[in-house]
Design a protein around this ligand. Sequence first.
Ligand code: 3PG
Length: 397
Amino acid sequence: KTLKDLGNLQGKRVLVRADFNVPLDGTTITDDGRIKAALPTIDNLREQGAKVILMAHLGRPKGKVVPELSLAPVAKRLGELLGVNVELASDTYGEDAQKKVAALKDGDVLLLENVRFNPEETSKDADERAAYAKKIAALGDVFVSDGFGVVHRAQGSNYDVAADLPSAAGLLVEKEVTALSRATVNPERPFTVVLGGSKVSDKLAVIENLLSKANRLIIGGGMVYTFLKAQGHEVGKSLLEEDQVEIVKGYIKKAQENDVELVLPTDIIAADTFAADSPYETVAADAIPADKMGLDIGPDSQKLFHDKIVDSKTVVWNGPMGVFEFPAFAAGTKAVAQGLIDATKAGAFTIVGGGDSASAVRNLGFPEEGFSHISTGGGASLELLEGKELPGLKVIE
Ligand code: 3PG
């Protein structure tokens, strides 16, 4: 169900679950992409004359009030983007929230404090969550699920609350699902998936699933050293998940059997220490010295990855190729981003998936319009790619 299915929302109290889990440096938001992504739904509701009540989480405060994880910086930034005052209730469903909801006028926007300050939000006890969700639901007339980044979670404010109110997907969730479906249901081929980031173990299920769907799998980032080890190479002090080596050997075999082209780096930028100013050198991927750690893919691999990406009709990218936060080790991630931009220009459908890759793209200065779709979901977009049924989507079907 989508927004239209909720009918005319003039004067209605609309509870909207958003994903405002933005990266913070103190109280400074370092990437406001997720807040901007929520604007179409908020604008639409305000234009209809609805009273907009936003719910969101920030970080993982584990059911305790952690002042550093207050949504105050989000309320401020959202107010700037909308050009109106966005009030923050000091609780999620308590006295202050009730008072502020009662004072809302048509078109006003209110943000409730971090839902994860309440232990019930993430409780494993479904009855406890349901009782809590009823208290939240009492604040609204309808529920809009627009926090795409959390649709893979079954939590109080994005899942249980849908049982208590007429519910529908917001414009962001609709857009994300439409875009990601283009890659998961009959993608135009060649279909290339680029995976990076630090842990293979985080991406096991998605790799498994893609080995029967993608034409080409490009691997970089910290997880690549486990692949190199599985091929029999030593990786020095690089990140390694020893317990995944056998599983990865199985993937390499399955890729061959399924005719999936597995592309690994041929050279590596190897540093002495994990530091922005560490000395480094470029070495062959099968000859990483024992006292060095790989922090990025090397120049030959950057070109190789770029060219393979450009030679694709559908591209999904999740995870940086190296420690892009340190300028000396950002070239691999930049080469992949540029590859997607060049592929888009050549007519391919390109998706940047994952909160971190999306932030990397923006913070490295790449234009958002260079990509077909930048997903706001990290785990959520990966689980969709895995082919899983996501609880936050199921409840609004
Ligand atoms: C994210 O950052 O991927 C989403 O906001 C979900 O956060 P979570 O992994 O803490 O549930």
